[in-house]
Design a protein. Structure first.
Length: 250
């Protein structure tokens, strides 16, 4: 989960300046569509992969979704290559990542120019290096799933009823849930989670163009300083969660 989250958030602050660089026709409204495409892809894929995992070993949808994310990150790194309509390639790339910050600050030191691998037509700069790292983390995720992950199915009381990796569980015994699910609690949790992600996505969408307009920052400065800002917010979040844990014991 940590590796997947890093692969997602590592490009947050560089999307807008990268979009401006590869396609001069892209405006702030299109940036909103690029950001929204991630959530749209996730919304479409989640029930499909969830249904898949209910009837097949969970390794299968995990590996396929991560593979799609790796491919999308590679596409993102190459959106500068086509002669036109580059912004739409970025839109597709971010949408496919949906099927599957401190680092961004470090990558800002590479600069806009970076280095170019002419044989592969690959540019490695402060915009493409994060997604290449995201692709590497995706491959690492797949290797960890194949070598370490062991699946175990349990019933509502926590008792193991099926082990996918070794043998099928007995179907003669019917497991009866111990109680009803609190629907209000489930809905409330989902609404709160939606609000948190909505605020995060809003922040992701406007912070870079806003700071570039308000402070006249260049693209490199926006990626660097906004990356530091996001990293500071992450540290603050960790401190808050640790504080809540300590306070909850009193």
């Amino acid at each position: 989960m940590f590796l997947s989250s890093v692969g997602f958030s590592i490009v947050i602050m560089s999307i807008w300046p990268y979009l401006q660089k590869i396609d001069q026709t892209a405006d702030a409204s299109f940036l909103g569509w690029v950001i929204a495409s991630f959530s749209l892809g996730q919304m479409v894929a989640s029930p499909i992969f969830g249904l898949w995992s209910n009837y097949r070993p969970r390794k299968e949808p995990l590996i396929i979704s991560i593979f799609i994310s790796v491919a999308a990150n590679c596409l993102y790194a190459y959106v500068h290559v086509p002669a036109s309509h580059n912004k739409y390639y970025m839109l597709v790339a971010r949408g496919l990542v949906g099927f599957g910050a401190v680092f961004q600050t470090c990558f800002a030191l590479i600069g806009e120019k970076g280095v170019t691998w002419e044989t592969l037509k690959l540019q490695i700069n402060m915009y493409t290096a994060p997604v290449l790292l995201g692709a590497f983390l995706g491959v690492l995720n797949i290797l960890l799933i194949l070598t370490i992950l062991r699946e175990h199915r349990v019933d509502d009381s926590g008792r193991q009823c099926k082990n996918i990796n070794f043998e099928e569980g007995s179907t003669d015994e019917v497991q009866v849930p111990l109680g009803n699910i609190d629907q209000v609690a489930v809905v409330t949790t989902n609404v709160l989670f939606f609000v948190v992600l909505f605020i995060f996505a809003l922040f992701e969408t406007i912070v870079t163009p806003l700071t570039m307009d308000m402070y006249a920052w260049t693209r490199e400065q926006a990626v660097l300083y906004d990356g530091i800002l996001l990293a500071a917010l992450g540290v603050e979040a960790v401190i808050v969660f640790m504080g809540i844990k300590l306070l909850s014991k009193k």
